[in-house]
Write a protein that binds this ligand. Structure first.
Ligand SMILES: [Ca+2]
Length: 200
């Protein structure tokens, strides 16, 4: 009897497992760059090259005299212990074993109302990639210690003027969580405001 029940349980569990995650994506095809930052970093939309997919990518320029500036590219709230959050993002760096470089990192944020809150390091990638053009950076976090939110960062290394590019971001999180990534939608508000200013 046990051998019959097991496959049935497995079959019932599979569709549930498939529905238990959500994904959010960003190809930087709109006007939004990053959700926030720590340290001096200049984020802009790249429209010429390098672009991994579509017609735009995200350009990050290190503007810090020292330290490692962080660009916030994802924010997940409503998390519980044991939940997993995964990220994949394409990065462009063409200087092997030398700066500029970047990697995916994360920190906990237990205040769902303020992306600027820091509740401790969540660690991240140990490697900086091959530095031979585009490569896919990836990392997965498991929520611990009662944390409820995670901010996903790109850390750039490590001198003023160092520049890297990002494209095709995907964040995967449990269905019950709230995932925020920069929007691919062109801001009509911003266009209207520009038109208003021009008319004066
Ligand atoms: Ca793109």
């Amino acid at each position: 009897m046990k051998s019959l029940l097991f496959p049935l349980t497995l079959l019932l569990a599979l569709p549930l497992a498939a529905l238990a995650f959500q994904t959010a994506t960003c190809g930087w095809e709109g006007t939004e760059t990053i959700l926030g930052n720590y340290g001096d970093i200049i984020a802009s939309i790249e429209t010429t090259t390098p672009i991994y997919n579509g017609s735009q990518s995200l350009k990050l320029v290190d503007d810090a005299a020292s330290g490692t500036p962080q660009a916030f590219i994802g924010w997940v709230t409503g998390l519980n212990d044991g939940d997993t959050v995964a990220v994949t993002v394409w990065r462009y760096d063409d200087t092997p074993c030398a700066a500029p470089s970047c990697r995916v990192w994360g920190h906990w944020n237990d205040d769902p109302g303020d992306i600027g809150v820091y509740s401790g390091s969540a660690s991240g990638q140990s490697d900086y990639g091959p530095g031979t053009g585009w490569d896919m950076a990836e990392y997965e976090w498991t929520v611990v210690d009662g944390h409820t939110g995670l901010v996903i960062e790109i850390r750039t290394y490590s001198s003023a003027g160092d520049t890297v590019w990002m494209d095709d971001l995907t964040v995967t999180a449990p269905d019950g969580a709230t995932v925020l990534v920069p929007s691919d939608v062109v801001s009509l508000e911003r266009q209207s405001w520009g038109a208003i200013k021009t008319s004066f």
